[in-house]
Each structure stands twice: as structure tokens, then as C-alpha cells.
Ligand binder design. Structure first.
Ligand code: ATP
Length: 366
């Protein structure tokens, strides 16, 4: 069993807390994604496991061993970096085989394993090429090959697709997923791209400002976000947030003085928020329905911008007075809705799917 366990890991640089209270278990063979905005501590968390950064306090266990003070070379962790970090003066064959050479594995055994890895990554024809002549995607496959050839117990990847163009990113994404499943290696993968995270991970670890905000499956973090940060970070376009108060009959109104943001929630939904004088209502863009004619119980707004997306469109809707208090809502609607700039639009909400968040703590209420 090669599971990974972080126990109260903290890393400080002088007064800067890079990460704090990191408690995380990644099970044997699991694909875990560390996800969060720039500077939230993802790389620091990964580097602590690789042994490239020494935690200020806490322990890290790999399998049955406490590796907190173990030299990086003796951790059996392989890391793939964003910039590939290949040896430019060596061929593909030499790069992939390098970890075996360092480990003293020579001759036929090394040749055979390099061939096996190259076939797995579908690059055997590149083995005798120089690194400098390869495309970004090919270089990344060589970097993956060099990482897996040692059969590490844990695979660490720090934004490995960040330098690839959009199309290559997609094909490398599925290749990494298949490879991880085939090799069944416990994997920790850093990205700030939530779409990449959702498509790759068994387990998402959402971080912000040095702290873990939520650990869960892609479905859990999307449908049951623990707090407002996770709700806003996961999902594109982002969830809309409006601070509201609710009256006896379940009608919510914006507390920011925005005229027109008024909506009657279904009684079963309103029930969830009865104990809260004020709360933040969270609505994903696709949970609005856009109507081009007035309908009952709808929020009236004005179309600011539309962005076609094939079958769908993203509509920016201004609610309130443009020169006074107003809010902008992002709405995702089918492209068949005839949304014309500056015209009025009426929004209803698929309200069983909304969330409520505590105004102060940001924790999800429902
Ligand atoms: P990015 O996505 O931009 O790479 P990240 O989430 O990986 O960011 P880290 O690189 O782990 O974030 O950094 C976390 C915090 O620790 C940041 O505030 C960063 O400035 C700080 N930090 C990281 N390394 C050092 C260092 N060597 N010295 C001082 N501060 C550091």
C-alpha cells in the first residue's frame, strides 16, 4: 500500500505562511488534484512530499514510512514539472533511461525498459532524436517517460500541461489519465485549471490562502461546495452571488439596495434559510432560465453583452439602475433565446439547485 498522508503540515517563510494545517490522505492508486488560485500553496504542498521543501512542522507518511526528514532521492517519488526539465544535450533514449543509469541498471535491462516505456507513450520512433528538435507535447511525453521508468511509488506533477497549446493539452490530459490508471500509481497533480482538475481527478483538494478548503470527488465539490470560495472557484462561468434577506413568504430581496432583484423561492427551498436574517444566495449561470417576455415571479434585467458558445450563449444581465445600485448576473442560456443587447430580459431560477452561504463565515447553509 502506498498511500500518502499529510498530518498538520505547515510551511513558513519568515512571516509568510505558505501552507498551514494541511491534513490530507491520498489512497493507494488514487489520482488527487491540488487545485486553487495562484499563490494558494499547491506547489509548496507537492514539494514537501517530494522532499524539495522542508516543512516547518507536521509529518508526511508515504506507505508505512515517515518520510518527513528523508532525502528526496530515497523517497521513490517521481516529479514532472511544467517546464519538463529534460537534459537538452541528451537524446530521448538517454533522457528516459537516465534514472536507471543513476540507479546502476545497465545493458539489456535498461534498453528493454526504455523501449517498454516509449511504447507505452507511443514515442518509440523518437528514441534517437535530440530533445531540442521535439515539439512541446513530445517533450512532455519524454518527461513522463523519465518519471515512470523507475516505477515510483508516487507520481507528482506540477502543472505538467501549462506550457502546451489548447488542443495538445486535451490529448495529453487523456493520455495522463489512461497512464495513471494503467500504472495504478498514487498520484498528486497540481493545477489552477478547474476544468483539467474535474476531468482528471478521483479526489479534488481545493486550496486557498495556504489552507485546504474542501476535499471531495469532482461531483461533491461541484454540487455540495463547502463554502462560498469553493462554490465560486469550481464551475465556469462562476456562480452568481447576491446578498439577500427573505420575508415570511419566502421572497428574497437584494440587501444592497438593488431595485428589481426580488424572487419568490419555492417553500421547500425557503425552509432551508428560515434561520438566517440575511444570507448570500448562490446561483450557477445555467440555473437561470431566460425569458424575452415578462413572466410571473421573475427578475427583470437588461442585456449588457452576449457571448455565443455554439449551442449555448452567456448573457451578462444588469439588474437595477445602471447609474445607481446594480448587480450583474451571468446567465447561461440556449442559443435559441433571442438575446438582444440593451433589451429587457426576465429571469426565473431553478431554485432547488441554488445554494445559500453564511454572510460572515461564507460556509454553505443548506
Ligand atoms: P502558483 O499557482 O502561482 O504556482 P501555488 O499555489 O503553487 O502558486 P506556492 O508556490 O506554493 O503557491 O506558494 C505559496 C505561498 O508561499 C506564496 O505566497 C508564495 O509567495 C510563498 N512562497 C513560496 N515559495 C517561497 C519561497 N521560497 N520564499 C518565500 N515565499 C515563498
Amino acid at each position: 500500500m502506498v498511500n500518502v498522508e499529510y498530518d498538520s503540515v505547515e510551511k513558513r517563510y519568515g512571516d509568510t505562511i505558505a501552507v498551514e494545517d494541511i491534513d490530507l490522505t491520498v489512497e493507494d492508486g488514487e489520482f488527487a488534484i491540488l487545485l486553487g488560485p495562484s499563490g494558494c500553496g499547491k506547489t509548496t504542498t507537492l514539494r514537501c512530499l517530494a522532499g524539495l521543501t522542508e516543512p516547518t512542522s507536521g509529518t508526511i507518511t508515504l506507505g508505512d514510512y515517515d518520510v518527513t526528514d528523508v532525502h528526496p532521492k530515497n523517497r521513490n517519488a517521481a516529479m514532472v514539472f511544467q517546464n519538463f526539465a529534460l537534459y537538452p544535450h541528451m537524446t530521448v533514449r538517454e533522457n528516459i533511461g537516465y534514472p536507471l543509469k543513476v540507479a546502476g541498471i545497465d545493458g539489456a535491462d535498461r534498453t528493454e525498459r526504455v523501449q517498454e516505456v516509449a511504447e507505452m507513450l507511443e514515442i518509440p520512433e523518437l528514441l534517437d532524436r535530440d530533445i531540442a528538435n521535439l515539439s512541446g507535447g513530445q517533450q512532455q511525453r519524454v518527461a513522463l517517460g523519465r518519471a515512470i521508468i523507475r516505477r515510483p511509488s508516487v507520481f507528482l506533477m506540477d502543472e505538467p500541461l501549462a506550457n502546451l497549446d489548447a488542443k495538445l493539452k486535451l490529448s495529453m490530459r487523456s493520455r495522463i489519465k489512461v497512464l495513471q490508471r494503467e500504472l495504478d500509481i498514487t498520484t498528486l497533480y497540481v493545477t489552477h485549471d478547474q476544468e483539467e482538475a474535474m476531468s482528471l481527478g478521483d479526489k479534488l483538494v481545493v486550496m486557498n490562502e495556504g489552507h485546504i478548503q474542501q476535499i471531495g470527488s469532482p461531483d461533491e465539490v461541484y454540487h455540495e461546495p463547502k463554502n462560498r470560495f469553493v462554490a465560486g472557484f469550481i464551475g465556469s462561468p462562476s456562480m452568481n452571488f447576491v446578498t439577500v434577506e427573505m420575508d415570511e413568504s419566502g421572497v428574497v430581496r437584494s440587501t444592497d439596495g438593488v431595485d428589481g432583484f426580488e424572487y419568490g423561492l419555492a417553500s421547500s427551498v425557503a425552509e432551508r434559510y428560515r434561520d438566517h436574517d440575511e444570507f448570500v444566495l448562490g446561483v450557477r449561470p445555467q440555473y437561470f432560465t431566460a425569458h424575452t417576455e415578462p413572466v410571473d415571479n421573475a427578475i427583470r434585467g437588461q442585456i449588457k453583452v452576449t457571448e455565443p458558445q455554439g449551442d449555448n450563449q452567456i448573457i451578462d444581465v444588469l439588474v437595477g439602475d445602471e447609474d445607481g445600485d446594480s448587480i450583474e448576473l451571468t446567465v447561461k442560456a440556449p442559443s435559441t433565446v433571442e438575446a438582444v443587447r440593451t433589451e429587457d430580459i426576465w429571469l426565473t431560477i431553478d431554485d432547488p439547485l441554488v445554494h445559500g452561504f453564511d454572510v460572515r463565515s461564507g460556509d454553505r447553509i443548506d
